[in-house]
Design a protein around this ligand. Structure first.
Ligand code: DAH
Length: 354
């Protein structure tokens, strides 16, 4: 028994000394097998004479053998860690990574300025309790004109420079068209909903105009419509003034509004709203053409003919409506003097809004 214990002690010091000299991971595996291998391992061989011992002796030898096993396992683990560190450090010094170099830039996109402004406008009205409605870009003559109080021979039709889709007609054989304004959404909505109606309708509109710094074939509008009992011009003015303040005011900028009489066939009276030029503080500049005021939108009380055409009783209900030009608002808000910039998708221009 004493010889067995001595053998184990000898094996302990021998094995631990050997561990710290192992040069690589393969040597570690060989080493482990050499001492702890199930059949051929040195420890297993010593333990082969275990059955000849008495119970107490067996317990003592078993304990020592176990301690040796644990010691070898942890020597292997420690050595593995050292070898790993050496290998990683060698790799790092080889690969010469320059951690001070800037990384690959991540380019972040942003909303198009027109989308952004359209959402901002819509948002102001959503907060006031309006819902968002939409209509198609291909419209009937009836929704775009007739129901909006432009009878077939009405001269105001001419001012719209309409794109007609000659091959496609509505039920009455009239050619379909690209809507020239978002106002037809008023008709569509009133026909399918009973008042109270409070909606805004953002969207694209089309006109066959000469393209220049302030005109485009395609542009955007946000239509508004409120139909209810007891509706007045005072509500309209109040809501639109609040809109102007929310969109252009704040941070010390005071926005004033003024309303001028105007004509649109689908409203009576018709009003145009100007806002005070916040770019020059009304001193007079290029944008306001020296007047201190900028034209912002058209509006008015919904004409009884329009209510009737859309199935609303004008004796019972009244309404007001407005149409905002999104490009006009965006140009004013961002001080852009050529509308074409919004459509050219020049990244250098768009980046300013990201
Ligand atoms: N639809 C008109 C246009 O495109 C704008 C407009 C004016 C809309 C007055 C309205 C309104 O709802 O009441 O020129």
């Amino acid at each position: 028994m004493s010889t067995l214990l001595e053998q184990i002690d000898a094996l302990t010091s021998e094995s631990l000394a050997e561990a710290s000299a192992l040069a690589d991971v393969e040597a570690l595996d060989v080493y482990r097998l050499k001492y702890l291998g199930r059949k051929e391992g040195l420890l297993s061989r010593i333990l082969m004479s275990l059955p000849r011992l008495t119970g107490d002796e067996k317990r003592e030898v078993g304990k020592r053998a176990n301690a040796l096993k644990v010691a070898i396992e942890s020597a292997v683990a420690r050595r593995r860690q050292v070898l790993d560190d050496v290998r990683i450090n060698a790799e790092l010094s080889q690969s010469k990574i320059d951690l001070t170099l800037p990384g690959t830039p991540v380019v972040r996109g942003g909303l198009h300025p027109l989308t952004r402004v359209m959402e901002e406008i819509t948002d102001v009205f959503i907060r006031l309790g309006f819902s968002v409605a939409e209509g198609p870009e291909v419209e009937t003559d009836d929704n775009n004109f007739t129901s909006l109080n432009h009878p077939p021979d009405h001269p105001a039709r001419d001012s719209h420079d309409t794109f007609y889709l000659k091959e496609f007609t509505d039920g009455a054989g009239r050619p379909l068209l690209l809507r020239t304004h978002t106002s037809p959404v008023q008709i569509r909505y009133m026909r399918t909903h009973t008042p109270p109606v409070y909606i805004v309708a953002p969207g694209r509109v089309f006109r066959h105009e000469n393209v220049d710094a302030t005109h485009s074939y395609v542009f955007h509008q946000v239509e508004g419509l409120a139909v209810d009992t007891d509706i007045s011009v005072a509500d309209l003015k109040g809501v639109l003034t609040l809109f102007a303040e929310r969109l252009f005011g704040g941070q010390g900028t005071v926005v004033k509004t003024r309303f001028r009489p105007s004509f649109f066939p689908f409203v009576e009276p018709g009003l145009e709203m100007d806002i005070s030029c916040t770019l020059c503080g009304q001193k007079g500049c290029r944008v306001c053409k020296g007047t201190g005021w900028v034209e912002m939108l058209g509006s008015g009380l919904v004409h009884p003919n329009v209510l009737r055409a859309a199935g609303c009783d004008p004796e019972k209900y009244s309404g007001w409506a407005f149409g905002i030009g999104v490009e006009r608002v965006a140009m004013f808000k961002y001080g852009v003097d050529d509308m074409r910039l919004f459509y050219e998708n020049d990244i250098r221009f768009l980046e300013n809004f990201a």
